[in-house]
Structure formats: structure tokens, C-alpha cells
Ligand binder design. Structure first.
Ligand code: AMP
Ligand code: MN
Ligand code: MN
Ligand code: MN
Length: 276
């Protein structure tokens, strides 16, 4: 099977490696086809593509769009689109500016519990100052010794119900899918096993996604358990979705799975890359 890894992050969003190094590492790990899918930003694509071209690795434009669905933050992947598309670029720019406002509100909440300076501190961890994320806050809180690792920061401070978490109005599912389709790409629900949704709610998400023109879901993902893979393989077959496979690599030491080090897709699924 083709070693496709269609979900990865660079310093253009909350990854730890610059885009060229992500592509280099993927090629070294034996990846045959890579998508860089930074959160809400396309800035890493040219550098990653240049390295991929040189290494003889296929490269696919990608993005992971932050949306709000059912009161939760959900991620929609766009794959194999025209990165110059104006609708997509304008939409992503709007999400990024909302992130700055959210980060200021997060920092204000953290200050209330006695941790000042988090906006500037998180910004220092953000290589791309237009793309500030909770990961950068987490790295700053580890840096100043509030927690021992990033995972503990999320658990104790920046997930719903914790003092540094603020709700935020992201864009809608319809916006994200619409922009991806407008740019000639394929939309895929990222790591569907990770959302705190009941079985009927997952079906509602998939129904709505399909009716909007969504065509794929991630089945094999760095953030899926073996059981998640089985469940979403079955749902992909039932809905007629193509299946994607991606590590969700953020960097050495901060990811469950390294680039390309993933199980193959289960039998009986149509790989999303057949549509590229
Ligand atoms: P944001 O888009 O700013 O809300 O940040 C979300 C990002 O935080 C995700 O893409 C992950 O990279 C990271 N993240 C979310 N939950 C966790 C967690 N429990 N542990 C570590 N990283 C997480
Ligand atoms: Mn991330
Ligand atoms: Mn995600
Ligand atoms: Mn991701």
C-alpha cells in the first residue's frame, strides 16, 4: 500500500518543525505522499512542496480548518485544493484574526488565577504570529514550570471547564466545506473519534457533512484507537466516504505517531488519494 500521510503540522501553525523539515522527515521515514495540513494557514505549503519535489515524494496541499459544530471545536481537513483560491484564503484569514482575540481572552482568564503574561509568553512560542493556538499557551506554561508537559496543561488549564479555557465562535461546517470545494479540494472530517459526541451526534455530523458535499473522513489517525479505526471504517463504508490516513504529527516528543508510521487502511475502503 502507498504510505500516504495526509495530516501533519509545521511552525506555520502549532507544529514544532519548519515546513521544509517536516517534508524532509516524512521522506526519510518512507512516506510516498505527504499533505501538510496546518491549522487555518497555508504558509508552509511552498517550502514543504519544494523539499518533497526534490526528494521525489508526492505532495498534496492541505489545511485543517477550525470550526464550531454542536458547541464543540471540530476540525475539517481540506486536501488537494488550489492554494491561491481567494475564497479559501479570505476565510482562513478571518479565522486567524479571531484567534488573536481568543488568545487575549485566554490570557485574561489565566491572569485572574495568578498566571500573568501568557499572551506575550505564548506569542514567543508562535513562529507564525498570525496563528496563535492553545498549543503555544501550553508550551509557555511548561516553560515557566506551571506543568511538567503540554498534555497536563491541556488537562488542567485549557480544555472546557478549566480556568484558562474560553469559548470561541469559529466558522461553521458549511463555511469550511464550502471554501474547500470552492478551491477545488476534497473535504475530510479530521479524527472523528476524538470529539466528545454520542453515536447519534456523530451521525448527525456525518449526515450534515455529506449533504454539504463532504466526501471523506479520517479513518487511520495518530489520534485514533484501534476501536476508533474499526468504527470509522464501518461508517465510511456505510456513508460512501473515501478514507484518509494521517499521523497528525506536530513534532518529536509531542505526538503519538511519527510521520508515516501508521497502520494501513482497513480492507474495503476507497483511499481518498485515489481522487487526487
Ligand atoms: P487550538 O486550535 O488553538 O484550539 O488548539 C488546538 C490544538 O491543541 C490541537 O490541534 C492540538 O494540537 C492541541 N491539543 C488539543 N488537545 C490537546 C491535548 N489534550 N494534549 C495535547 N495537545 C492538544
Ligand atoms: Mn494542533
Ligand atoms: Mn485536529
Ligand atoms: Mn491536526
Amino acid at each position: 500500500m502507498l504510505n500516504a500521510d495526509l495530516h501533519s503540522h509545521s511552525t506555520a501553525s502549532d507544529g514544532l518543525l519548519p515546513a521544509d523539515q517536516v517534508a524532509r522527515r516524512a521522506a526519510d521515514n518512507g512516506v510516498d505522499m505527504l499533505a501538510l495540513t496546518d491549522h487555518d494557514d497555508l504558509g508552509g505549503l511552498p517550502a514543504a512542496r519544494a523539499v518533497a519535489d526534490e526528494a521525489g515524494m508526492r505532495f498534496v496541499n492541505g489545511v485543517e480548518i477550525s470550526i464550531e459544530w454542536g458547541g464543540l471545536q471540530v476540525h475539517i481537513l481540506g486536501l488537494s485544493f488550489n492554494a491561491d483560491d481567494q475564497t479559501l484564503n479570505a476565510g482562513l484569514a478571518a479565522i486567524r484574526s479571531g484567534r488573536v482575540d481568543r488568545a487575549q481572552r485566554m490570557a485574561a482568564e489565566l491572569e485572574k488565577i495568578g498566571i500573568p503574561g501568557c499572551f506575550d509568553g505564548a506569542m514567543r512560542h508562535a513562529e507564525n504570529s498570525n496563528l496563535i493556538s492553545r498549543s503555544h499557551f501550553a508550551r509557555y506554561l511548561v516553560e515557566i514550570g506551571v506543568c511538567k508537559d503540554v498534555r497536563s496543561v491541556f488537562e488542567s488549564y485549557i480544555v472546557p471547564g478549566k480556568p484558562g479555557y474560553v469559548s470561541h465562535h469559529w466558522v461553521t461546517l458549511a463555511d469550511s466545506v464550502g471554501w474547500i470545494l470552492a478551491a477545488g479540494g476534497i473535504a475530510a472530517v479530521a479524527h472523528p473519534g476524538r470529539y466528545k459526541l454520542s453515536k447519534p451526534e456523530i451521525r448527525r455530523l456525518l449526515d450534515e457533512f455529506k449533504s454539504l458535499g463532504g466526501q471523506a473522513i479520517e479513518v487511520v489517525s495518530g489520534s485514533h484507537s484501534a476501536e476508533n479505526v474499526t468504527v470509522f471504517a464501518r461508517l465510511a463504508r456505510e456513508y460512501g466516504f473515501m478514507a484518509s490516513r494521517g499521523s497528525d504529527f506536530h513534532g518529536p516528543g509531542e505526538s503519538y505517531v511519527d510521520l508515516g508510521k501508521l497502520a494501513p487502511l482497513p480492507q474495503g475502503l476507497t483511499p481518498v488519494w485515489e481522487a487526487f
